[in-house]
Unconditional design. Structure first.
Ligand code: PGA
Ligand code: ZN
Length: 373
């Protein structure tokens, strides 16, 4: 595609922070941002002198490039190995280029994995960051949305006296601790025939060799954390467990994955959408699933290579939003193009942009179907 015009600007995100929007050939896209970021992520900040970065990237105007060539040029212009110079302008521009050159949608839709109760770095009283629902028995994308929506609304009503607000991802903040939350969630999810899971985001409370779950008054080492996670999987029949251990600990993830082959043991901070990190995980048999956040690696084509590597090794790719978001729905389109069987994109507030895009695409698609995993 020919890059006729490229512009950058600052826009607001869901935390009322600034983020970068890129516009290429009249298509706009923006950079999301994380609060519980992994150590190995590409940098995704708003450059202080955005005009200078825009001048740098306008060198690409007039060039006829493929997505991979465009992304490669972004890396060359940045000149660092983690986008330390152009920050969020990388993923915003890469997304905008992809949108301007159009998507190749398949008819395979992802299941929505929705954060309905939250804590940790996103705000809330639990040490576990996200309590999630996965509508595994839905037969269509709209039915899957209806399941997650109903669970969210019912939790809000049934536990109204224990709900204190909503957090960064639109998930409910409750006065319940982690185990009470799982008990409540299991009860409501069962009513709607949905599976449940968690994003532990354990690196956020790992310090000096100890996992410190302050909400439960628990402090233990890696073996203690393994026992605790095993207990949660068994007691609450968890089908999805993300980042149960520290982001450098491939070995403990492997122990857990070996014991629970029917639960998705998913690496987010562990892999940071990075192909080399995923290769290390595959060698160690660390997980059976990974989170795909394109801004963790900085470009669409790098994220796509990671997805391909995951698929060829039977890892389930879960494409995901960040806690800091805009109305950009690029990941919804990418979910169809890459045939990701699951999308993690919340169920409330600004997150509906991603879900509504998939509802529209479902409506427009001939013979749409849910992708199995
Ligand atoms: P983040 O959290 O976007 O704040 O990093 C989301 C997640 O950990 O999955
Ligand atoms: Zn996560």
């Amino acid at each position: 595609m020919n890059v006729n015009e490229l512009n950058l600007r600052k826009i607001l995100d869901s935390r009322t922070n600034y983020t970068v929007e890129a516009e290429i050939n009249n298509e706009k896209a923006s950079a999301p941002s994380g609060a519980s970021t992994g150590t190995h992520e590409a940098k995704c900040f708003v450059p202080e002198h955005l005009n200078d970065i825009e001048n740098l990237l306008t060198k690409l105007e007039g060039l006829d490039l493929t997505q991979k060539e465009f992304d490669q040029k972004l890396k060359e212009l940045d000149g660092t190995d983690d986008f330390s110079r152009i920050g969020g302008a990388a993923i915003a521009s890469s997304f905008a280029f992809k949108k301007a050159s159009e998507f190749e949608h398949s008819n395979k839709f992802p299941l929505p994995l929705s954060n309905v109760i939250g804590g940790g770095e996103h705000g809330g009283n639990t040490s576990i960051q996200e309590f999630l629902v996965l509508p595994v028995n839905a037969e269509s994308f709209p039915e899957a949305i209806e399941t997650n929506r109903s669970i969210y609304q019912e939790l809000k009503e049934r536990y109204s006296r224990r709900i204190q607000g909503i957090n960064d991802e639109g998930a409910l903040i409750t006065s319940m601790d982690d185990e009470q939350t799982l008990k409540a969630l299991k009860k409501v999810a069962e009513k709607y025939d949905a599976a449940i899971g968690v994003d532990v985001a354990a690196s956020e409370f790992y310090e000096d060799g100890k996992y410190k779950l302050t909400s439960l008054g628990i402090e233990h080492d890696a073996e203690g954390q393994l026992d605790f996670i095993e207990h949660l999987i068994e007691a609450f029949d968890l089908k999805f467990v993300e980042d149960p251990f520290d982001q450098e600990d491939f070995k403990m993830h492997a122990k857990l994955a070996k014991k629970f082959p029917d639960t998705l043991i998913c690496g987010d901070d562990l892999f940071t959408t990075n192909k080399d990190r995923l290769s290390e995980g595959i060698e160690n048999e660390a997980c059976n699933s990974l989170i795909v956040k394109p801004n963790q690696i900085g470009t669409v084509s790098d994220a796509e290579e990671t997805v391909e590597l995951a698929k060829s090794n039977d890892y389930v790719p879960v494409i995901s939003h960040r806690s800091g978001e805009t109305c950009d729905a690029t990941i919804s389109d990418l979910a169809l193009e890459w045939e990701c069987p699951i999308i993690k994109a919340g169920i409330a507030d600004i997150r509906i942009a991603k879900l509504n895009q998939l509802l529209r695409l479902w409506d427009e698609m001939e013979n749409p179907e849910l992708k199995s995993f």
